[in-house]
Design a protein around this ligand. Structure first.
Ligand SMILES: Cc1ncc(COP(=O)(O)O)c(C=O)c1O
Length: 414
């Protein structure tokens, strides 16, 4: 045997530890679900999108009840025309950061539309809502500061906390007393940021922002509210839950997204803080990434300005939400909230297997909803999340209820 061969590691020893081994339990759970014969609920393909509420899925026309297209802006003719014009005049992308070559007049126009929409002094557009939370939270709360957040906060809020250096203090979901107690334990002189959401997207419940902001301000904390699921719909001007509860003027930072009611992609923060503009130099998820394409900011700005005059659509969306919530309750489904509180109606399933079976039965009927499961959902729940759109007609909501009744009976859920 040569010296070289003797020194060679055995075949077993030379295999690198598999970094994917940690995913084995999830791989097994997914396989077990597919082995029951259901379609993969997490790989649906929309072959063609016909409107904000209809698409072709598996070759069949399907009603969409699982998008975040709350105000139905994706096919608005003025929005589409603005996007096409910007593509022609400014090209397909900026290829650069906002602080270098990536600020076009369209980005400034979009920020102006946001300032007008919220009646606030400053607006900063990010490439996604995820990055807006990541950037703002990690930048403003630093070493020695405290972030107090609702335990059911969105992943982007948690990731913003993880990226920064502040101490993290979670409190029980929507519990004002728990928030007050946590704040009382933090040193009085420390910087404090309370992070809340207007609508919590899994169950569709809203936060008692008025009370929460009152205890936060009493503890001399700054307040950030993520209004991703309420912008455009909730509040007299669609500014969100803080507006609906009359406390928007006490919110230091509103975070939002263009990927829901606005109908495109992007994120933002609006604020009246006098030093806010410095964020453009210090916020890494703003600086170290390419800016949104001109067509995207053009569609966003047009959509935001149209949402300022969306009160009829808002009223119709409330009607849809109330009718779906009432109809499903009457049929015997268990819902995430006792009353309709937003455009999200969450139907609680007994377990993942029956949830997936019901999801597939609905798809077979011609209805798409979201199947949601842990870790996205609270308390280990499996949910069928329905998100209504202002473009769903009243007749469509009746059709949807009929589909739920048949699928619920076929799968034994009701
Ligand atoms: C509460 C909340 N915040 C932020 C985001 C991120 O938004 P975006 O899709 O623009 O990244 C979401 C998206 O689902 C969300 O639900």
């Amino acid at each position: 045997m040569s010296a070289r061969a003797a020194a060679a590691p055995s075949a077993e020893a030379s295999v690198a530890p598999d970094l994917f081994a940690k995913f084995d339990p999830l791989i097994a759970q997914r396989q077990a679900l597919l082995d029951t014969g259901v379609k993969d609920p997490f790989s649906l393909v929309m072959e063609k999108v016909l409107s904000p509420t209809r698409a072709i899925c598996n070759g069949k026309e399907t009603i969409l009840l699982g998008t975040y297209n709350y105000m139905g802006m994706t096919f608005d003719p003025e929005v589409i025309a603005a996007g096409k014009r910007a593509l022609d005049e400014f090209g397909s992308g900026t290829t650069g950061s906002r602080v270098l070559n990536g600020t076009y007049q369209g980005h400034k126009a979009c920020e102006a539309a946001l300032r007008d929409f919220y009646a606030m002094d400053h607006a900063m557009v990010f490439s996604t809502g995820y990055q807006a939370n990541l950037g703002v939270i990690s930048t403003i709360a630093g070493k020695g500061d405290y972030i107090v957040l609702d335990i059911d906060s969105h992943a982007s809020i948690y990731d913003g906390c993880a990226m920064g250096n502040a101490e993290i203090v979670p409190f029980r979901h929507n519990d004002v007393t728990a928030l007050e107690k946590r704040l009382a334990r933090i040193p009085a002189e420390a910087g404090k940021l309370v992070v809340l959401e207007g609508v919590y997207s899994m169950l569709g419940d809203i936060a008692p922002l008025k009370e929460m902001i009152a205890v936060s301000k009493a503890a001399r904390a700054m307040v950030l509210v993520d209004e991703a699921h309420s912008m455009g719909f909730i509040g007299p001007n669609g500014r969100g839950v803080a507006e609906a509860q009359g406390v928007l003027d006490q919110v230091d930072f509103v975070i939002g997204t263009f990927s829901k009611s606005v109908g495109t992609v992007g994120g933002f923060c609006v604020s009246n803080h006098p030093k806010f503009e410095i964020m453009r130099l210090v916020c890494r998820p703003y600086v170290f990434t390419a800016s949104l394409p001109p067509s995207v900011v053009a569609t966003a700005a047009t959509s935001i300005r149209k949402l300022m005059h969306g009160s009829n659509k808002r009223a119709h969306l409330w009607e849809n939400s109330k009718r779906l919530h009432g109809g499903l309750t009457q049929m015997g489904f268990t819902l995430g909230t006792a009353e309709p509180q937003s455009a999200i109606v969450a139907v609680i399933m007994p377990d993942l297997e029956r949830g997936a079976a019901m999801w597939e039965a609905l798809l077979h009927e011609g209805l798409y909803v979201n199947l949601a499961r842990p870790p996205a959902t609270p308390a280990g729940m499996t949910l069928l999340r329905c998100s209504l759109c202002a473009e769903h007609s009243s007749e469509e909501v009746e059709t949807i209820l009929g589909m739920f009744e048949r699928a619920g009976k076929a799968t034994g859920i009701i």
